[in-house]
Design a protein around this ligand. Sequence first.
Ligand code: AMP
Ligand code: MG
Length: 332
Amino acid sequence: MKKRIIFIIAIPLLVCLIWYLQRERTYTSNFFALDTSIELKINTTSDGNKILQKCEARIRELENILSATVENSDVWQLNKNAGNGQSIPVHAETIYVLETAANVSKLTDGAFDITVGNLVDAWGFRTDNPSVPSESEIESAINLINYKDVFVDEENSAAKLIYPNQKIDLGGIAKGFIADETVSLLKSENINSALINLGGNTYAVGKRIDGKEWTVGIQSPIESNSIIGKLKLTDKAAVTSGDYQRYFEENGIRYHHILNPHTGYPAESGLHSVTIVTENSTLADAFSTACFVMGTKKSLPILNSAGIDAVFYDTDGKITATDNLKSTFETN
Ligand code: AMP
Ligand code: MG
């Protein structure tokens, strides 16, 4: 009898213990990389901390390949050897980013152009003391911009810049690509529920732990702790480019970091921000920069034919969302 009672109590306790140990748990990680704050959140029954460590290592590895400022990175090598005629061996990841960048440049008539490196340097956006460059500095930087001068040899995994002093800057696309790569790594670790945020490049993997869609707020460009609306996302990236993200003021005028390759000045297309929503985060990142340069009217037909969604926030406060987002985007 006694044995039976112990058995009756022990079995449910054991079941509860097994359930407790095997339940899905949330793991988070926050660190600084890619010149921004990174936040990763995953839901899993496995060792989440170990998976997050792998993600961090992969993010840093990709930064060391794609950053223009990391010595010996692929991009550093390409810039250093610009114009010397020799193709430089680069990683497959670099080839993919260069090819995706070229496609977006073509589709946007050069509004997106990774050869803006000298122009970004002239404005000093990577330094602590950005300032308005002289007309002649802008002109010589613009003369070196042309996405068609990035020669990619996919077969031999090599690339080169055609003219001396040309300079690539992947600031407008690399974070999106690294988000895609992080998602691939998570999927290979059987993670089906995650939210990653690489400084505004967000990716929602699967659904939340409660089975609902992830909710991602679109930051207000005017008030720092406020949002203009919310997106409900599953297996999609949401990438925002905005005039509030990096800027400086000189003589009372505000200059932001998204440059119009045709004028050499910060883009003035009547936008405060644009958020791109699509499965491929590399494309989302490149298009967010491009659409910011082009403005709402010019961007919409290009996005429509590419099947990509977006939310535009104009400087007059008007919000425009593409039709597909009508059910998933809620304004505040
Ligand atoms: P994002 O925040 O994704 O719009 O990227 C902005 C960053 O991309 C800048 O800080 C520059 O490094 C780079 N960039 C600026 N203007 C352009 C442009 N027109 N095309 C490509 N990259 C750009
Ligand atoms: Mg971008």
